[in-house]
Design a protein around this ligand. Sequence first.
Ligand code: NAD
Length: 489
Amino acid sequence: MEKVLNYINGEWLEPAVAEYFDVINPATGLVIARTPLSQASAVEAAAQAAAQAFPAWRRTPAQDRVQYLFKLRDLLKANIDEISRAITNESGKTFEEAKAEMVRAIENVEVASGIPMLMKGEISEDIAPGIDEIMLRQPLGVVATIAPFNFPGMIPFWYLPYALATGNTYLVKPSEKVPVTMQIIFRLIDQVGFPQGVVNMVNGAKETVDAILDHPAIRAITFVGSTNVARYIYSRASANGKRVQAQGGAKNPVIILPDADMDMAIRITADSAFGCAGQRCLATSLAITVGEARNDFCEGICDAASGRTVGYGLDSAAQMGAVINAASKTRIEQLIALGASEGASVPVDGRNAVIPGYEGGTFVRPTILADVQPGSEIWKTEIFGPVLSLMHVNTIDDAIALANSHVYGNQASLFTSSGAAARKFRYEVEAGNVGINIGVAAPMAFFPFSGWKDSFFGDLHGQGMDAVEFFTQKKVIVERWPKEWTRKF
Ligand code: NAD
């Protein structure tokens, strides 16, 4: 059983708490850790430590700050297997998926290591005779991240490396469902030897989050999670005068045109819909076939769904793991029943899955709902499980209109061999992340992670230059040095 502690001011601390949250291995159903639900006092201690560390960290030259990131990157790489095993054991995904997640985390450390170049300002000489104008980027102070359960290792790294590299001090609150991964990562952060108070971690749930949202020393907040909570975080933290970005939920469509490479479309859509058991914010959850694409795609995707091997993520044969917990399994199975009650057929039904040897696990096998109707509850609702809904229209215009009629706009994909269709789609579709013959259009670390509509609240996004802009404030200086003042030496 892993002991979950807070990390404040360079020290591991056990908070005095009234409640713990049981962390369960979704494959076995066994309790593997208990998350302390920290109260406002722990947030206060972390925010104070970070505020005290800020002046010296800010004055540390950028090229010295990134030396800590180089060391962190090497430690993350050297320990990737141990971290990935922890991700599998607390989130349920396969070891391969966990490792791929950590590769993405490390890439963000690498990109942030370019901060001496990325953070540079601008200067214009002679904006008027003898007057120059300078723009600098300066850090904000103490900044915080509130993370979701589905990428315990990667998502904090959309922010942590950029926040630190730009000279802020930092506080992360991992999801109470998956705290173990960040315990391991913080042991590495401890080895790196950042100055005390520069990087902090507080574990907990709503009470902890509310204390972060209300703390006057915390200047900016990044959040990733469900849309209802994202909306709440955005309004409460911005009402408190903080800079906020809040990434929310999704219901990602893929459109399959008749001229698509059908084998590729089926294989990639299945990977997108059922990879990580559908618990990815970029998972495809609506497949819209156009015209003659319908029969071949539907038959092929049903075969791909029923042929997927489901099991414990550390078993090398497993292609898909468990969903996060029993409440999630029940919710997903109820949503499948709701879809059926609304008139969808269920040609592949993953309910009541039992995996031999893992009878205590919370598994849902890949599921296909066919003939889902626009406007139905199952069409509207983010399922966040391995369930793909099939829909059919006659033209690409109808397909794009259907995709755009959804409140979410995290990702949309198209399968086609037509450049003109691809261009029309990327021009018209209302989503921040777009895939053309790609099922999970996850932006690399040097691009922003750009959800739209109800998938995002804020303006600047995570990763890359957006993160650099988010964690810095611009200062513009206008200077006059009259030439008559020039002394002769
Ligand atoms: P969640 O919203 O339940 O929890 C996210 C975080 O918010 C956790 O740290 C949790 O402790 C905290 N939280 C939960 N309820 C709260 C409340 N009422 N008040 C204050 N804080 C609260 O999300 P989750 O179930 O952990 O993650 C899954 C969701 O995240 C899905 O909706 C998924 O689409 C979304 N997600 C989005 C992205 C993206 O980039 N847009 C990426 C990953 C996940």
